[in-house]
Design a protein around this ligand. Structure first.
Ligand code: ADP
Ligand code: MG
Length: 297
């Protein structure tokens, strides 16, 4: 699979603040990536660096297998990293014509992209009359005018009402379905879960997880256990190779896993160690619970 962007050991310092710590991940063609992390975790800094608007402190990144210099590579990248900014007194179409002039793109793309973002009927309306959601959709149309290989969006639904959020997400999915690679930054777990195929979870500038969105929601899970002798249960559980960590709460043990483990297999393991439990439930952590767990550490 073709590599669009490779990021290796990227570090960023703002004075004494280490905003990025050895950030490493890869973007492959055709996937939808989410950079997920709470505010201040380094999402915008990461995007700023690869878009050449923020200077890195150390580390490397390369576009398109390093075959093209960053300056030329960025011509194949569509990005929206700030609030959409167009001329308020000009119409949607006039604003896009201006972008076409600057980027040397044929006007024929304008109709197609306005159609894609659902603004074709409003092409003659002034930008100043647009809702925030429409402004954001116009920005997406603008970023797509040159048919980029990858579309980069920073918090694309921030500040929008539920309907606006829904529309933007639907458009992103539609663009992805047409084969455009997407990288979006979001602090919203459900956004990443709904829109992305892959996720890079950032916490305080460090990558906590990078991989399939599915893997976060489906993998691992945890057990809730109870026995008359909690201490003995705890001691025996600590011997199990598939167990990552054990939390004790109100007489129950919460057992987090390194890898998948069936309830029946755990039960047999305990039985063989002469422990009978009076409560054993396997819970599948939702992506949200896992994200909260990840970001709590
Ligand atoms: P996110 O986009 O995930 O909210 P940012 O990349 O914007 O995170 O910020 C990461 C950290 O770097 C935060 O602690 C933020 O305050 C800090 N930071 C971002 N930009 C600057 C800057 N220009 N000068 C100083 N600190 C900055
Ligand atoms: Mg940000």
């Amino acid at each position: 699979m073709e590599t669009i962007l490779t990021i290796q050991n990227l570090n960023k310092r703002y004075g004494r603040l280490q905003a990025l710590k050895n950030v490493t991940f890869e973007i492959k063609k055709g996937n939808v990536y989410g950079i997920l992390g709470p505010n201040g975790s380094g999402k915008s800094t990461t995007l700023g660096i690869v878009l050449n608007v923020v200077n890195k402190t150390s580390g490397t990144y390369s576009w398109f297998d390093g075959k093209v210099a960053t300056h030329d590579a960025l011509k194949k990248v569509g990005a929206i990293i700030e609030r959409p900014n167009f001329y308020p007194y000009m119409t949607a179409e006039q604003n896009l014509k201006l972008v076409c002039n600057i980027k040397n793109i044929n006007y024929t793309k304008i109709e197609e992209k306005l159609e894609l973002v659902g603004l074709i009927e409003r092409k003659d309306s002034k930008f100043s009359t647009f809702s925030l959601g429409m402004k954001q959709r116009l920005a997406i149309a603008s970023a797509l005018l040159n048919d980029p290989e990858i579309l980069i969006l920073d918090e694309p639904t921030n500040g929008l009402d539920p309907q606006g959020i829904h529309q933007i997400r639907a458009i992103i999915k539609h663009i992805a379905a047409q084969g455009t690679t997407i990288l979006l930054a979001s602090h919203l777990l459900d956004e990443v879960e709904k829109v992305c195929s892959h996720v890079v979870v950032l916490q305080k500038g460090a990558v906590l997880y990078s991989g399939l969105v599915d893997a976060i929601s489906a993998n691992e899970g945890f057990f809730e256990l109870q026995a008359d002798d909690t201490e003995n249960l705890m001691a025996v559980l600590q011997l199990h190779p598939d167990i990552e960590k054990i939390n004790s709460e109100e007489g129950k043990l919460f057992v987090y896993l390194k890898k998948d483990l069936k309830a029946s297999d755990l039960n047999r393991f305990l039985f063989e160690k002469n422990i009978s439990v009076n409560h054993l439930v396997k819970r599948k952590n939702s992506l949200e619970e896992q994200f909260l767990e990840l970001t709590k550490k």
